[in-house]
Design a protein around this ligand. Structure first.
Ligand SMILES: [Zn+2]
Length: 284
């Protein structure tokens, strides 16, 4: 059976860690500390796995509050940094754990995903785990890892408090769910697509991004992915885009497919955004 966690060293000291539920977290190591960006669902022993990669003290940051990014926080004694706007999102997804787990189980049984639950997974215990409280993170904040200084960048869109991390030394941007081939921006806690578009223009101006590590992509994207997302946002059209139905909650949104070329393995960007009358007051 395949290992539940696997790590790829993308560039010296930066590991993109894949967990078997199709989500990644990222570890950036410095001389004095290591930054863990996101903690996956936490169905298996992420903290134990990390000990194979580093013995440095860990700083933890969550890109946003969704369960597949914060679920493993309970495994760590230190509090995680997260944007304060994400506390409500985190709480919402903690309350929604049962629905998420049964959805994953259904997808696995239908053969759509590999088994997200390790053999030793105890569902009842998972519901009782509580993470330590969060520390407030914001745009422009720097994290000193010793010989490496990384910067937090706000990319509001997928959620209002979504954060990315830029490592100047390697030109690596860790984007969470804010830059990816599939971009969901239809939540009540999403920011309007134009807001993300403006943040991405600023990102291009301010940071020499050389590669992008996204939470739902095993391998890095080239920086052209930023333009691909901008184009998808600019070309969305409520008159021609198709209806999207949320797979767990059943509400409707719009789905724009933007064809792209020049990025290996990616033929289109999927942008999901609110129906026009709901752009200002999206459904929960
Ligand atoms: Zn998310």
């Amino acid at each position: 059976m395949a290992a539940y966690y696997t790590a790829a060293e993308i560039t010296p000291g930066i590991y993109h860690i894949y967990e078997n539920s199709n989500v990644c977290c990222t570890l950036i190591t410095g001389a004095n500390a290591a930054l863990l960006i996101d903690t996956g669902y936490g169905f298996s022993d992420l903290a134990g796995f990390l000990q194979r990669l580093t013995t440095l003290p860990l700083v933890i940051l969550n890109t946003h509050g969704h369960l597949d990014h914060t679920g493993g926080n309970f495994q760590f004694a230190s509090p995680a940094w997260m944007h304060p706007a994400e506390q409500d999102v985190y709480d919402l997804y903690q309350q929604d754990k049962a629905s998420m787990l049964s959805f994953l189980q259904k997808r696995f049984l239908a053969g759509k995903i590999s088994n997200p639950f390790p053999a030793h997974f105890e569902e009842d215990a998972y519901f009782t785990y509580k993470a330590v409280p969060f520390l407030p993170a914001c745009d422009g904040q720097q994290i000193d890892l010793g010989d490496r200084m990384v910067q937090i960048i706000a990319l509001p869109g997928h959620s209002k408090g979504s954060l990315a991390v830029f490592d100047d030394q390697s030109g690596t941007l860790v984007s969470g769910d804010s830059i990816d081939r599939s971009l969901w921006m239809m939540f009540a806690h999403s920011a309007p697509p134009e807001t993300l578009c403006a943040a991405l223009y600023q990102l291009k101006k301010r940071f020499p991004v050389g590669r992008i590590l996204a939470s739902h992509a095993k391998t890095p994207y080239p920086p052209q992915m930023i333009d691909a997302v901008i184009n998808a946002i600019r070309h969305r059209n409520p008159d021609t885009d198709s209806i999207f139905i949320h797979p767990r909650h059943g509400y409707q949104a719009l789905h724009h497919k933007e064809p792209i070329t020049g990025i290996a393995g990616v033929s289109q960007i999927h942008l999901v955004y609110p129906l026009p009358h709901e752009e200002n007051t999206p459904v929960p």
